[in-house]
Design a protein around this ligand. Structure first.
Ligand code: ARG
Length: 617
């Protein structure tokens, strides 16, 4: 994926052509042809929608013709006659008003597949895809639950999407800081510390040994007391003051509480295979003072500018384009009239830290769409304050809600929040049922599995089902948590994908070969199903390129689904070719190689979604 990120048009393209993705390579050739006819314009190469018109299509002739005042088909013809793609494509064809259609040659696909190095033991299989030539420092702000309570279903999406995005950017060669911006500061913590003092005095004496089995219940009890008991309310408030004033005893209990709550979170992260660094809101307390001080000095420097002003006693930032419902300017409050800081102050502080201390060039906040306006305003404020250079991108990767099967907010029957660990447990349970209840011929494959192996597979498949289902939806839309669909073996689901992978592993077993030690061979692509499969595999790199740029995990799930379908077609007795019993040997080896490359592509693709594969299902 390196080259697109680094910009096309390198000075020695031929030396590095195999490092280009298919689409990059075609783009480059078209760019050369456009230059040869003395025109200017983006090559606009896209994958063709309909195979009938080839594999890729360039739509550049229309725009260029318009600029030159010429007939688009003539421009297309001029481009095509200057286009050198003999080594890659069949002769280009012109269609409709001036589309240039390109169909890749099987020999070219075959050469590219042959150039993929074998998987190396130990290190990650990259399938020959180079990291970006321009690595950057990236921050992904993900998960970020509130430590006062148990993680609930609302945190699933941020965790899973954030992890996927981080994995893909890491694979692309960037340095990624995975920031878990947990809520560990604020008035609730005064209440919780005060409650701990009352009900667990032993924790006060030995804070490091604090255990709270049910955080949610603990919070609910504390809150009930807070609402009912004036003395406790006062005690809680005094505790907040002591905490914020840095009183050592209070801080120690608060720290113990946060550590215990983080242990609950990390049990889930470990189970999900998600790595991240905890850096909670409390980390930013000094920086928040800094945020306000800097804004105040801006106010002094620009007294006539309404950018920073005091309104009703609160320090506010006014930004162009943000209005209240009645059309009045909408302020972003950075210091409340009581002198306290708020969510906006803390997120401005995250920007200062990430830009100035982590030196990040791309900062991605994976947070629900409900906070869209918050981030728009915070980003605009930071830019207007001059804290963020033009080469730094601030991105809110917003996502929709996970809803119940009825399309309502996802709650327990009593209206409470559903704990994330319960939900994961349910998914694993369903996966176990699906795995152990398959059709007779499938079941026969189970004979060799021990109870322990079934458990391990159920755990992998269940968690994969939840993640895959989440990632396969367009980020911005809501989706319903439908367990039956998630764990279904049919359709664009994790079990289908994992099964496709396991099936290829079983081909190796049936053929009595180890894919890793197949002899080097020419990859023969003759049958349409072989050609399609080869093309799909080679489109992996450009798919990752799109995902790393646009941060849309569903582009990767769609791709993997297409790949799995292409494999199914290839391996189908009627639509595809013989594999295990193919002859002569050169054909058999070539087809087994295609199996191996398909499996490796599926495995790597799933891994980048945060999903591990199993060899048997
Ligand atoms: N703790 C916040 C919440 O539960 C999410 C924080 C997201 N990250 C951020 N930098 N604002 O809504």
């Amino acid at each position: 994926m390196g080259i697109l990120a680094a910009g096309l048009g390198g000075s020695a393209p031929n030396l590095r052509s195999f490092r280009l993705t298919l689409i990059e390579q075609l783009t480059q050739r078209l760019r050369e042809a456009i230059a040869k006819i003395g025109a200017e314009g983006d090559p606009l190469v896209r994958a063709a929608h309909d195979e009938q018109f080839g594999d890729y299509q360039s739509n550049c002739a229309m725009g260029i013709a318009k600029k030159l005042g010429k007939n688009p088909r003539e421009v297309a013809a001029a481009i095509v006659s200057n286009l050198c793609v003999d080594d890659l494509c069949e002769p280009a064809e012109i269609a409709g008003p001036g589309f240039v259609n390109l169909r890749l040659k099987p020999e070219y696909l075959s050469r590219r597949l042959a150039a993929i190095p074998p998987a190396s033991e130990g290190s990650m299989d990259r399938l020959g895809i180079d990291p970006s030539g321009r690595p950057r420092i990236v921050v992904v702000d993900l998960s970020s639950p509130n430590l006062a309570k148990e993680m609930h279903v609302g945190h699933l999406r941020s965790t899973v999407i954030g992890d996927c995005v981080a994995r893909i950017l890491e694979f692309a060669g960037h340095t990624v800081h995975r920031e878990n911006h947990v809520g560990d500061w604020g008035t609730q913590f005064g209440m919780l510390v005060a409650y701990l003092r009352r009900v667990k005095p032993e924790a006060v004496a030995d804070a490091d040994r604090l255990v709270i089995a049910d955080l949610e219940a603990f919070y609910i009890e504390a809150k009930a007391l807070f609402d009912a008991d004036e003395d406790f309310k006062k005690e809680s408030r005094d505790t907040v003051v002591a905490l914020q004033g840095g009183d050592p005893a209070t801080r120690r209990i608060w720290q113990a509480f946060c550590a215990e709550s983080l242990r609950h979170c990390h049990a889930i992260y470990d189970r999900l295979g998600v790595r991240l660094e905890d850096r909670g809101e409390s980390f930013y307390t000094d920086l928040m003072t800094d945020v306000v001080a800097r804004l105040e000095s801006t106010k002094r420097e620009r007294p006539d500018d309404a950018f920073v002003s005091v309104s009703d006693g609160a320090l506010c930032v006014f930004l162009e384009g943000f209005k209240t419902r009645d059309g009045a300017p909408l302020p972003l409050i950075v210091r409340k009239s009581d002198g306290g800081f708020n969510y906006a102050t803390s997120d401005l502080a995250t920007i200062l830290h990430r830009v100035e201390q982590l030196h990040a060039k791309r900062i991605i906040y994976v947070v629900g769409l409900a906070q869209k306006q918050h981030f728009e305003m915070v980003f605009a404020a930071a830019r207007q304050a001059g804290w963020v250079a033009d080469d730094v991108s601030l991105e809110h990767l917003g996502f929709g809600n996970m809803l119940s099967t009825r399309g309502t907010p996802f709650k327990t029957r009593e209206g409470g929040t559903i704990k994330l660990k319960d939900l994961l447990g349910e998914a694993v349970e369903s996966a176990r049922r699906v795995i152990t209840n398959q059709e007779a011929d499938e079941a026969s494959r189970h004979r060799g599995l021990s109870g322990e192996e079934v458990e391990r597979i159920a755990e992998t498949v269940g968690l994969a089902a939840v993640k895959y289902f989440d990632l396969s939806h367009a980020l911005g839309s809501d989706y319903k948590f439908e367990l039956d669909r998630m764990v279904s073996m049919e359709g664009n689901t994790a079990p289908y994908m994992l099964y496709a992978y396991a099936r290829i592993c079983s081909i190796a077993r049936m053929a009595g070969v180890d894919f890793r030690s197949l002899p080097a061979c020419t990859i023969l692509l003759e049958h349409p199903s072989e050609i399609l499969l080869a093309k799909r595999m080679l489109q992996f790199a450009e798919t990752l390129e799109v995902v790393s740029r646009e941060l849309r995990p569903n582009v990767l799930t769609d791709y993997l689904y297409d790949l799995a379908k292409a494999f199914s077609r290839f391996y189908d007795k009627k639509l595809g070719v013989r594999v295990i019993d193919a002859a002569p040997e050169s054909v058999r080896i070539s087809r087994l190689r295609l199996c191996d490359l398909s499996a490796r592509t599926l495995k790597l693709g799933l891994h980048l979604l945060g999903i591990e594969t199993v060899e048997q299902m």
